[in-house]
Design a protein around this ligand. Sequence first.
Ligand code: ADP
Length: 154
Amino acid sequence: MKKAVFPGSFDPITKGHVQLVKRALPLFDKVVVAVGINSQKKYLFSLAQRMEWLEDVFADEPKVEIADFEGLTAHFCNKIGAGYLLRGLRNASDFDYEKTISQLNTIVGHGLETVFLISEPAYSHISSTIVREIIKGGGDAAPFLPKALKLPKL
Ligand code: ADP
């Protein structure tokens, strides 16, 4: 079975993430959208909230599973028998960052392969970081978010 893990913070999930998963579905039997928990990192939304949004957004996609994990992404992939990591590339800085991580993950993850999809132009300006800034600044982030997602009052 071709199983891929799409790891991220999803703080919050954006239209960019959704588009990437949809494009990856024909390539794999299963795509596990996995929220990485990093105890050093401060998130805007709780893990429970982020997981609930992921469940809602992908409720109609039988090939998508939602999970969370602590520790190394590569170890999580090995543990659940996923041979592939899925990552998106929006620009050159994504590439520089992802290149090293992917080379490390192949070693740490015992042959784990990273599959990169280049962002469609309509989505390459969207990031969770920008969305969080808009929300914190009191702006309307709806154009960047999946329709199923209802933002709580902060
Ligand atoms: P992290 O905090 O680990 O970077 P994110 O939730 O920000 O996690 O992103 C997870 C993955 O989704 C990354 O591979 C990132 O490149 C990809 N991604 C995020 N936004 C987009 C987008 N607009 N288009 C394509 N890929 C994206």
